[in-house]
Each structure stands twice: as C-alpha cells, then as structure tokens.
Design a binder for this molecule. Structure first.
Ligand code: CMC
Length: 423
C-alpha cells in the first residue's frame, strides 16, 4: 500500500491510502486532525469519499456505470426493474424462486392504508407531486414503526411496493380522478401504469411498449453511488433515524433542479425554445453567456466527463418508443439539434458538458403520457432501490458513525453584546 506524505507548517506526516476493487485510490485522512490540528476543505465534496461502498461503480472519464459489477447496458437489455432492485439491495441477481418470492412480496404490500387516502384530500390541487410523495413517505413511519432490525428489512419491501402506489395516487389527485387500486396479476411496471392511467369506467390494457420502456427508465435511474439524494439518505440514516425519514429526505434532495428536478426543467426548456420559434442556437449562446444565469438543462455532470451511458441508452429507447407508438415529437428534434450543437461547440467540449440522463428521459415520459410535473417523481421511483441499498449498507456496517462534517469558521470572532438602545 502506498503512503501519502503531507508537509504542513514544517511538519511531515504520513497518511495511509486505500485502493478500491477498480483501482480507485483514496487517501485516508482519519488521523489528519489528530496529528496536525488541520482539516480538509472540499466544498461540494468533489474530492471527498464519504464511505466505502460495494453497490455501484462509476468511471466518469470512460462513461462506465455498473451495479454490483454488471454493466448498465446489459442490465437495461436483459433484466427487469424488480430484478435490478433485488440486485442492488441484496447484492446478487435473484434466482427464479427468489425473484418469484420478491415479486409476490412487492405485490402483497402494494396497497396503502385506507386512512392514508384521506391525506391526499388535504393538499391543494396545485401541490407538486414531489412534495406530496416526500410527505406521504414520511407519514408511513406512523403506520410501520421500527422496533427491531427486522422491521427495517420489511419496511424496505413496503417502501418498494407502496411508493409506486403513492406516486400514482398523487397524479390521480392532481387531475381529480378516483384512485385506482393496484392489481396483483400485473408486473411492477404494468401495475404502476395501470394505477396511473386506468379509469373505473373503461377497461385499460397496459401497452407492452410502455411497460418495457418504463422498465428501462427505472433501471437506468436505480442507483448512482454517492449523489446528492443518496448522500442525504445516508446522512439521515447515520443518525439512526428510521427508514421512512431517510427516504423522505432523499426525495426532498432529489427534487432540486440541479439534481432530479432537471428532467422537468429540460422539458420546460424545450417547450420554451419551441414557443420561441425553435431557435436553439440562441439558447446555446445564452448558456455560454457569463452575464446570464441560463444553463442548458440536461447538460453536464459532476462525474461524467465523457458521456453519460444512461443518456446514450435513452436516446435510442426514445427513438424506438416514438416509432412504435407512431408518434413524432418536435421536442425530440429540438433536443437532437441542441445536443449536436452543444457537442461540437468549443464551450461545451472544453468544459466536458454532455447530455445527461435527464436530457432524454423527459421526451420518453411525455411519449408515455406522463405529465411534466410527474417527471421527478418517476426519477424517485427509479432511484428508490438505490437509496434502500445504501440505507441497508450503512445500517449493516458495524463501523458506521454519525455523519458529521467539520467546517472552517469565517464569521466574527468573539465580541460583546451592545445593549439594544445603543445598537
Ligand atoms: N449549461 C451551461 N454551462 C454549464 C452547464 C450547463 N448545463 N453545466 C455546467 N456549466 C458550466 C458552469 O457554468 C461552469 O463554468 P465555469 O467553470 O466557467 O464557471 C462549469 O461548466 C462547471 O460547472 P459546475 O456547476 O461547477 O459543475 P458541477 O459539477 O458543480 O455541476 C451540474 C454539475 C449537473 C449541477 C451542472 O452541470 C448543471 O447545472 N447542469 C444542468 C442541470 C442538470 O442537468 N442536472 C442533472 C444532472 S444528471 C441527473 C442527476 O444525477 O441528478
């Protein structure tokens, strides 16, 4: 193992290093403060590893994303979302029997307590479904308190099963339609689409093309190692708050436009460009203008500096689904033009800004009939197994400690209170 040497104010100390299974190198600064009195400063945590994790590997330079060792391209092609959820949470792909039993449990726990349906009545019609989702998930803890470790494990399944029901109910509430109960004979993705789009007055068969597209979308979103929302889940879990509090906090973190909220913003941006006559070059120039705070939503990533493999898969899937549904979408054309211009423009090339997963997901959701303000809820539905896997990994880690970063204080030094009449 190599040793890092640090010289600080004339004193040299040695710091041990870590190597991950993919040869990632980390310097262990656990002894730094004790030996030197100094801490490290890394706003935005771009250079800080917060934990060891066995769940997901990303190589941003090479555009690699693997869950538990399996490349995302292969998972998207050959598995379903419940299989990937099982893989992330329990570490291995399930056998036939394991998958069957997992699916039964996810079906069995799909309904939410009837009393909880009343909660939806209290939200105004304009409520954003992400706010409803996080509140409802937090409220689940009142029905399923965690008294022992087994409760936490059961609540992992309950969350996976119930969040899709809550998400669909939030949508039904927003359009004033009656809630549609889950059906035990449907797959996870078909069940969600059924609860979203069925109405009591007519039969509804979930189109296979939509079920397949949803599987791909959810798989692509299922985990992304220590991103903002997952780090939030781990942060809250580290205080031993219950699983519902941890996941609800993750949903809140995901809602921001720089994170999961970007998919909604991408579509709003494309609509704005279309309404403005489709002059996408104008918006590319605006994104480059230092005097404007406009950013091309769906471009750039903290980790991917070459391409986002999820965006590559989604671009192809969006084309296939639109062809299959016999739809053309002017938004997809604007999106493709924007991507081409941005990919050849010096500013974007130099800063390594590529289309990310959110750039194409909105086009697909739109083709599936999912309204724009539900896009981030769809991201949450996909990211849920990742959050649960990280929650479980941290809870089961005997060496885990409460997350508690330090700071460099830059405020006033000690001073005296001036009596109020003299201030
Ligand atoms: N359009 C124009 N310029 C950009 C963009 C963009 N989308 N993204 C980054 N830049 C510029 C930025 O102005 C900065 O320029 P300079 O060095 O001259 O100040 C430089 O590129 C680096 O940007 P940064 O904000 O320091 O990079 P970051 O790693 O902190 O942020 C990001 C990453 C994803 C928040 C950012 O690229 C962004 O705001 N993108 C748009 C929002 C978006 O699509 N978010 C979804 C991310 S993928 C899904 C997910 O995981 O949540």
């Amino acid at each position: 193992m190599s040793i890092a040497k640090l010289t600080l104010e004339g004193k040299e100390i040695e710091l041990p290093t870590y190597r991950g299974t993919e040869e990632e190198l980390g310097i262990d600064i656990g002894q730094l403060r004790g030996q030197t009195g100094a801490i490290t400063v890394d706003p935005g945590f771009g250079n800080s590893g917060s934990c060891n994790s066995e769940i997901t590997f990303i190589n941003g330079e090479q555009g690699i994303l693997r869950y538990r060792g399996y490349p995302i391209e292969e998972l998207a092609e050959n598995t379903t979302f419940p299989e990937v959820s099982y893989l992330l949470i329990y570490g291995e792909l399930p056998s036939k029997e394991q998958l069957q039993s997992f699916r039964e449990k996810l079906t069995y726990h799909s309904m939410i307590h009837e009393d909880m349906k009343k909660f939806f009545e209290g939200y105004p019609p304009t409520a954003h479904p992400m706010a409803i989702l996080s509140s409802m998930v937090s409220s689940l803890s009142t029905y399923y308190p965690e008294m022992a470790e087994e409760d936490g494990d059961l609540n992992v399944l309950r969350l996976l099963a119930k969040v899709k029901t809550i998400a669909a109910y939030a949508y039904k509430k927003s359009i004033g339609q009656p809630f549609i109960y889950p059906r035990n004979d449907l797959s996870y993705c078909a069940n969600f689409l059924h609860m979203m789009f069925a109405v009591p007055t007519e039969p509804y068969d979930v189109p296979k093309v939509l079920e397949d597209a949803l599987n791909v979308l959810l798989i692509l979103h299922a985990d992304h190692e220590q991103n903002c929302s997952t780090s939030t889940v781990r942060m809250v879990c580290s205080s031993q708050a219950d699983i519902f509090a941890s996941i609800s906090a993750g949903i809140c973190a995901l809602s921001g436009p720089l994170h999961g909220g970007a998919n909604q913003k991408v579509l709003e941006m494309l609509e704005m460009i279309q309404q403005d006559g489709g002059d996408y070059k104008k918006y590319v120039n605006l994104a480059k203008d230092k005097n404007s705070d406009f950013r091309l939503m769906g471009f750039g990533h903290r980790v991917y500096k070459n391409f986002d493999p999820r965006a590559t898969i989604l671009r192809k899937t969006a084309d296939e689904v639109l062809n299959n549904l016999g739809q053309t979408d002017p938004m997809l054309d604007i999106a493709k033009h924007l991507a081409e211009v941005a990919l050849s423009d010096e500013y974007f090339v130099e800063k390594k800004l590529y289309p990310n997963v959110d750039f194409y997901s909105g086009i697909l959701y739109r083709a599936m009939g999912i309204p724009t303000d539900m896009f981030t809820v769809m991201f949450a539905l996909g990211r849920l197994p990742g959050w649960l896997a990280h929650w479980k990994e941290l809870r089961d880690d005997p060496h885990s400690r409460i997350y508690r970063p330090r700071q460099i204080y830059t405020g006033a030094t000690q001073r005296e209170i001036v009596p109020i009449e003299k201030r």
